[in-house]
Write a protein that binds this ligand. Structure first.
Ligand code: ADP
Ligand code: MG
Length: 413
């Protein structure tokens, strides 16, 4: 990056073309520019990338970004290069690795994206020891915690690398960490308590509805008939996506599927069709969605219980990025809970407590007669008003008796 003192606002306008920082971005950037270790918890779409891309432009030296998915890295690379940032990825699929190393050593890289398994190797440490480092940015930092919903052992190997460069500031980023996971991420990555910055999680334009399953195929068909815009339906299995997609064939809507059993070409074609469409329904497993930037998704439906509140928030968060009214509709059954409990007994001992806590939090969300949004936001450490006015329970307060019947079903499952 450039030398000399640059005004972050000036860089924000000139390089990124944005009129202002959003939410907590400036607080994060300020800390990073002051050289202080930080954990930023900000929702998907909040603009976390900017909090290390801007310092990459203004700070001398290279920002090393650790990121878990090669596909995401390449998206990020394109968007960084689009605004003129000198960036590269160093991954197994890059054929220009030698050139990237040359650029790095010549001090010609503002940003270097690397996966955790490569970053934790001694060879990588020795390589970056030869250059000036501006910052370590650790994206999807919840992956370092066994309490998180997406633990990746490779993230645990990052600490020795970070500690080898004690003077280089660390910026850990995540969209999805409950209080317990946050505390663990801070400890694992050696960031002090006061380095935590949490941004608002509320998505007021999303209306939350959570129903027990009751002839789910029809329930899903009703959603599709009622909401004309693009929508995503999450099914729990590949077969489930195929069956639901087939059942929607007569809906008159274009329907595509997405799951890990399709070829990469089919997946890419279906994703591109969805992104371009104004009325398509995508029936998918949770393999679909990461890194997809489609602002006008009008509904996200869950045909079955999601994995955790974090997963639910992240998946439903793909609706309404443009701020227009959108819906998140979940259909769950008592069997979902019995299956999840069965799986609990199969996970390694050390993960079980976390998984059980996550399942209980989900149960509390689906069975509650109270405001869904309030439960979600409290889960992420916020103190929301008791009622949001834009979820099923606020719009249509359930009879107390219904709630206790649901609770009994749940407990006897
Ligand atoms: P996250 O990683 O938090 O999910 P991204 O970094 O991918 O979010 O950013 C989401 C979108 O927000 C991008 O399209 C980005 O260009 C845009 N964005 C980021 N910061 C700003 C800003 N200050 N003003 C307007 N748009 C922004
Ligand atoms: Mg991101």
């Amino acid at each position: 990056a450039q030398t000399g003192v640059a005004d972050p606002h000036e860089t924000l306008h000139r390089v990124f073309g944005f009129p202002a920082f959003r939410g907590m971005q400036q607080a994060v950037v300020d800390r990073v520019l002051a050289g202080r270790h930080t954990l930023a918890v900000m929702p998907t779409g909040a603009g976390k990338s900017l909090t290390y891309q801007l310092p990459a432009v203004t700070l001398p030296g290279t920002v090393v970004v650790i990121s878990p998915l090669i596909a995401l890295m390449h998206d990020q690379l394109r968007s960084a290069e689009a605004v003129g940032i000198r960036a590269a990825t160093l991954t197994s699929v890059d054929t220009n690795r030698a050139e990237t190393v040359d650029r790095l050593l010549a001090g010609e890289l503002d940003l270097l994206y690397v996966a955790p398994e490569r970053a934790s190797q001694p060879g990588f440490r020795d390589l970056i020891a030869q250059v000036q480092l501006a910052l370590f940015a650790i994206d999807e930092a919840h992956c370092v915690s066994e309490w998180g919903h997406d633990f990746r052992p490779d993230y645990r190997l990052l600490r020795p690398l970070l500690d080898h460069f004690p003077d280089t500031p660390r910026l850990a980023l995540t969209a999805t960490a409950d209080a317990h996971t946050r505390a663990d991420v801070l400890t694992q990555l050696g960031i002090a308590q006061d380095g935590l910055i949490v941004a608002g999680f509320d998505r007021p334009n999303i209306q939350y509805t959570i129903h027990p399953r009751q002839g789910m195929t029809q329930q899903i068909a009703d959603v599709v008939a009622r909401i004309p815009g693009p929508g995503i339906i999450y099914a729990q299995t590949r077969d489930g996506t195929e069956r639901l997609a087939a059942s929607l064939a007569r809906s008159g809507r274009p329907v595509r599927i997405y799951h890990a059993g399709l070829t990469p070409e089919q997946r890419a074609a279906n994703q591109a069709a969805f992104v371009a469409s104004e009325d398509m329904v995508m029936v998918a497993t949770i393999a679909f969605g990461m890194g997809i930037d489609k602002p006008d998704v009008r509904f996200v439906a869950h045909a079955g219980l999601p994995k955790s509140i974090e997963a639910y928030y992240q998946e439903t968060g793909r609706a309404g990025r443009d701020g227009d009214p959108s819906e998140a509709i979940m259909f769950w059954g008592a069997e979902d809970f019995s299956r999840a409990r069965q799986r609990l007994s199969e996970v390694p001992e050390e993960r079980r407590a976390g998984d059980r806590a996550r399942l209980n939090a989900l149960a509390a969300l689906v069975e509650s007669p109270g405001c869904r949004r309030a439960i979600l936001l409290r889960h992420f450490g916020e103190s929301p008003p008791a009622e949001c006015g834009n979820c099923d329970n606020c719009l249509n307060p359930p009879q107390r008796i219904d709630a206790s019947v649901l609770a009994q079903k749940l407990l006897s499952a």
